[in-house]
Every structure is written in structure tokens, then in C-alpha cells.
Design a protein around this ligand. Structure first.
Ligand SMILES: [Zn+2]
Ligand SMILES: [Zn+2]
Length: 345
């Protein structure tokens, strides 16, 4: 089978590999029917993920059909259509039992697929702890509708869940990239009084305006004043920082009202400053990532009910054989790209 492989820093190549096999009784083999490219894949390509192992197949956003299962797998059977979770977690340790699956203590726990073990930009993938890592796609939900459930949509859902949003709130979301938009969709499910999205890229601003006209949009330079003029208590009640820019963490807490919750979803390239003397008395609550991706069944149910729809994010489609061209479009943000769906040949 063809697999997009991390060769060395700066180089991915589509090479021929043997089909994966069950290694543990808790594994499943999934035939990939659709995959996508994530910014984290670019981080691996650029060598900024030190734990990424050269030689692995990249890709951690995918859906498919269960091909075979190990003897201890009970949640899925061959033939089931499934979403694959970006996170590997055992389901048994202290953190898993509390829903903190991002901190699973299993040696294989955390982001393994497409980083430390073979991922999904290929035709078949081995998924460890299949009972945890796979969720059945409900009847009537398409592969494109389910494509982001295991990664960016799980992230948006988790971010909205931990942010304690109430119907009286003004919610500010910094960043309208793919994860920012998934976060926006999950925030909208909480029905806050106002939602403001701050974004600098004109194409992304236009995307938000076109698809989510009920949302207020501003740019970073005007953000603080804009938020203040659209909130009753001197700032946003809840801020979700999904931008990860050089000054967006500062913007996040500055736009928050006293006693607000600031949820940091973004992954920064550099350390950020928490200027405690300046924010003394503001009594903020900070919550930080990464995603505890254990709500996928609930997310799939919401998609089935028509309450969540991420299909507008899929702006481009490529066959696996042209995946290098897809990377060029995605990496260089050509042609208004947001997300790309890759179909095995
Ligand atoms: Zn990702
Ligand atoms: Zn665990």
C-alpha cells in the first residue's frame, strides 16, 4: 500500500509499505476511506516535533472501515464505519478513568498515530486500544461529515465544554483557522448571548461572515475596544485562545473581564508571559490544552442530529497519489484552502 512517510526533516515521501497487522489483542486494522492534513503534520515535516519518528506514516485525522480486530476488542467489528481518535489512551489508568485521556500514563498514550506510530495518510492503519480509539459512525453520517471528529472537532468540543459558557455570556474566540472554527461551532451549541471572533486573515474573516452571520467579527488591532463595546462588564465573560500567535495570549487575558475564564487551546512556538502583577485583582481562571478527546460518540450524535456540520471546512479534495500537491496547497494556504480531504486511490 502507498503511505506518506516522514523521511527526514523537510521531507515526506509517498512510498510502498506492507499492510499493517494486528500486534496486540486490543488492536484493530482500519481501511482508511478518507483522511486529512493537519497543521501538526507540517510541524513534523519541519522537524519541530522531536518525538516524531522518521519512517512513520504521517496523518492523524481519518475515518474508515474496520478490517479486522484483535481478540480483546469488543466495541467494533469488521465492517463497522468508524472515526479514528488522534489520541491513544488505555481507558484504565487514573487519568483515563477521570476523562483526562490526554494524560494517559500508558507508554503508548497521547498523540501516537502519525507521530510515533504509523498514521492515516495511507490505505490501512493499525489503531491500538481500538475500543477507546474508534467510534462507530452513525447511520446517515457521511465520511466527510465525520472526518474531523477525532482531532480538531474533538478539540473544539472539549474547549467549549471546559469553558463553562452560560447563555448570558459574551464569548470571544481568538483565531478562525480550522480549529478555531470547530471551536466556534461547539461554542454556538451553548447558545451564549454574543460570540465574537477575532481573526486577521481576510479570507478567514470572509469565511466566518459567509457561514456564521450571527457571529461578530473583529481584527486583532481593534479587538480589545470592540469586545469592551459589545460586553456589559468590561470585557468578555469567556475567552478561548485558538490563534497561537506571538501576542495572542496577551490579547486573550486583556480582553477578558474580571473573574472571566480564559481557555488556552493554542499550541505556542515559544514561552508566553503571565504578568501576574499587571493582572493582580483581575482574578482570572486559566484553563489549558491539549484536548481530552473522549467525547467523540457525543460529537457524532450531534452531527447525526444536524447540530454540528464541519463540511464547509473541506475546501479541497485530492486522491492519495496527489497528496504532495495537497500539502503544497495546504502549507502555502493557496486558493483559499481551509481543510483538504484525501481519498485513497
Ligand atoms: Zn491534528
Ligand atoms: Zn490511560
Amino acid at each position: 500500500m502507498k503511505a506518506l512517510t516522514y523521511i527526514r526533516q523537510g521531507e515526506f515521501a509517498l512510498i510502498e509499505k506492507p499492510k499493517p497487522e494486528i500486534q496486540s489483542p486490543r488492536d484493530a486494522i482500519v481501511r482508511v476511506t478518507l483522511s486529512s492534513i493537519c497543521t501538526s503534520d507540517l510541524h513534523i515535516k519541519h522537524g519541530s516535533v522531536p518525538r516524531a519518528v522518521p519512517g512513520i506514516t504521517v496523518g492523524h485525522e481519518m475515518v474508515g472501515v474496520v478490517e479486522s480486530v484483535g481478540s480483546q476488542v469488543t466495541a467494533v467489528v469488521p465492517g463497522d464505519r468508524v472515526t479514528v481518535n488522534v489520541e491513544t489512551f488505555c481507558g484504565d489508568c487514573f487519568f483515563c478513568r477521570h476523562g483526562y485521556v490526554n494524560n494517559c500514563t500508558d507508554p503508548n498514550g497521547g498523540w501516537a498515530l502519525g507521530c510515533r506510530i504509523d498514521g492515516g495518510q495511507t490505505e490501512f492503519v493499525r489503531v491500538p486500544y481500538a475500543d477507546q480509539g474508534l467510534n462507530k459512525i452513525p447511520q446517515g453520517v457521511t465520511d466527510e461529515q465525520a472526518l474531523f471528529v477525532g482531532d480538531i472537532l474533538a478539540t473544539g468540543f472539549w474547549a467549549a465544554r471546559i469553558s463553562e459558557i452560560s447563555p448570558e455570556d459574551t464569548v470571544l474566540i481568538l483565531g478562525a483557522g480550522p480549529t478555531g472554527i470547530c471551536t466556534l461551532l461547539c461554542v454556538l451549541l451553548k447558545n451564549p448571548r454574543k460570540v465574537i471572533v477575532c481573526e486577521k486573515d481576510p479570507a478567514r474573516i470572509a469565511f466566518v461572515r459567509e457561514h456564521y452571520p450571527q457571529v461578530l467579527v473583529c481584527e486583532p488591532g481593534e479587538c480589545e475596544a470592540f469586545v469592551r463595546s459589545h460586553s456589559d462588564h468590561g470585557g468578555a465573560d469567556v475567552v478561548l485562545e485558538v490563534a497561537g500567535g506571538s501576542d495572542t495570549f496577551t490579547l486573550a487575558w486583556q480582553c477578558a473581564r474580571p473573574n472571566a475564564i480564559v481557555t488556552v487551546v493554542a499550541l505556542y512556538d515559544e514561552p508566553q508571559t503571565l504578568p501576574l502583577p499587571q493582572m493582580y485583582g483581575k482574578n482570572l481562571t486559566f484553563k489549558t490544552g491539549g484536548v481530552d478527546g473522549c467525547d467523540c460518540a457525543e460529537i457524532l450524535r450531534l452531527i447525526q442530529l444536524g447540530k454540528l456540520d464541519t463540511t464547509p471546512l473541506i475546501t479541497h479534495r485530492f486522491p492519495l497519489k496527489d497528496i504532495q500537491r495537497a500539502y503544497d496547497v495546504f502549507e502555502n494556504r493557496k486558493d483559499g484552502v481551509i481543510k483538504i480531504a484525501i481519498t485513497p486511490d
